[in-house]
Design a binder for this molecule. Sequence first.
Ligand code: ATP
Length: 233
Amino acid sequence: MLKLQNVSTYYDKIQAIKNVDIAVEEGTVVTILGANGAGKTTTMNTIAGLLKPKEGSIHYLGEDVTGLRPDQLLRKGLALVPEGRGILSSMTVMDNLEMGAYHRNDSEVGADLEKVMKRFPILKERKSQLGGTLSGGQQQMLAIARVIMSRPKLLLLDEPSMGLAPLIVADIFKIIKEISEAGTTVLLVEQNARQALKVADYGYVLETGRVVASGNAKELLQDDTIQKAYLGH
Ligand code: ATP
């Protein structure tokens, strides 16, 4: 579904990711692990069109999408929930959700809103409240609910559990599983490597901008080197 070949992205002269090859099969959950500064966010932002790669190509659903803008990719079903969530603080919960579907012109937006409100009762309760007044966990729920409103085929989640209390983190991983089971393919960046590998089918490890390991998520969970570096063993 998604294929990065030899992708390198720079900030001016600083090369943040180097010759990255990543593939995501339709219907799977794939996770990218790595320490702070390894290049995870750069990789996600490059896929989502927020950064342009200097070298390499990105194919999505069989099409070369290298260099397309985020809004063009969103229309094709490739959506990002960025690190830090990116909800609109000065708009209400309901307006945020409706914004998620702004590019849709089908007749099912209303029905999807109902579904999302049912899945996230806290958002229904607070639908008239401004986004910025929600707690961190609620804002992350809103960010995910909003992106669901865009009906993504491939959903990119950058550190969805960052800064959240353990109970809410568990909830976020449950939601990721549900999203996947409902048929959306997921690419997930997480500091929380153990939980990410538990929910994922496949994983990649980035170190200083390069892919240094990849494999079946279950195998990565058992791998000595991965355990020592990322799983706190
Ligand atoms: P984190 O867990 O902190 O988000 P990360 O793995 O997502 O880390 P990136 O944010 O992609 O890593 O950063 C990769 C490299 O690019 C780092 O060396 C970082 O310092 C550098 N970098 C990131 N953003 C910029 C920027 N806007 N300008 C210059 N260098 C940057």
